[in-house]
Ligand binder design. Sequence first.
Ligand SMILES: C[S@@+](CC[C@H](N)C(=O)[O-])C[C@H]1O[C@@H](n2cnc3c(N)ncnc32)[C@H](O)[C@@H]1O
Length: 285
Amino acid sequence: MLAEADKNIGTRNGREMYSSHRAHVTALALRMAHEWRQLGAASVGPSLLVLGAGNCNDLELDELLKHFSSITLADIDIHALNLGIERQGLRTGAGLALIQTDLVPWPRHLATGVTTDFPDGHAACLRMGTHLADHTLVALPPADVVLSTNVLTQMFDQLRSWIAEDDEHFLPLLLMVRRRHIETLHGATRSHAALVSDFVSSDTAKELKLDRCNVLTTARRCLSEGDHFHGTHPEALGRAVAEVCAAPPTLTAPWHWRLDSQRSYLVYACIFAGERDCSIGPGPS
Ligand SMILES: C[S@@+](CC[C@H](N)C(=O)[O-])C[C@H]1O[C@@H](n2cnc3c(N)ncnc32)[C@H](O)[C@@H]1O
């Protein structure tokens, strides 16, 4: 079984613990639908594509279906998608579609040996880098609004399962994966995209275990002390987005996602334009 499917089984019945995070992600999507309406004079609502939708615990699909003319949910784990919509009393058809896809142009076949423990590990890492850089991006149905929901750090976990974080090839490969994901979002959206990412967890930032944690103070402390997941610093992500998009991206304020009594995260979204300019501001903090 894929490691991603295994993780999805672990959080399958976690709809309750996702409630505040779901409220943030759903509000973000609704705000983008609203902004899309302000930009044009279309008579039907925008279409939505969600990447990494998994169990759909972070999406209030009923509410979203009222504001989007169609919703496509994409994930490597089709089983999680099917059960996710079923748990919300929905089926495919009538504006709701599911796609099974691996969003990283991973050469999973090249992954064997991509570790410096292997005799030709360096060469394998270089081959993987070249493949990631040159490979055609995964084809996705274009949509007006595209949302990536906490899939980036899972892609980084996939890389981490093959190559140690302290290996000299780790960071360049991780940045390449990030760049390709930004390009995937940019290429799939006809209007604008939001990349939602966790950037630090309570494993290192213990105050995140508290109900009344001061989100902004904790975020500032973690970011200034380098206590964040590789490749997720909001400003660095913003710069990476700016290399791909003409219009500057916007970062939302971070929010606190309490997964369960054991684990919490800080999360933010980076919003950017696809084909057209996007005038979405950072929203309320
Ligand atoms: C942290 S979960 C996001 C939470 C999810 N939206 C939910 O409510 O359950 C990340 C999702 O990304 C998916 N994922 C991870 N790597 C992927 C890849 N390479 N291609 C497509 N989906 C991937 C996982 O299967 C998982 O469903």
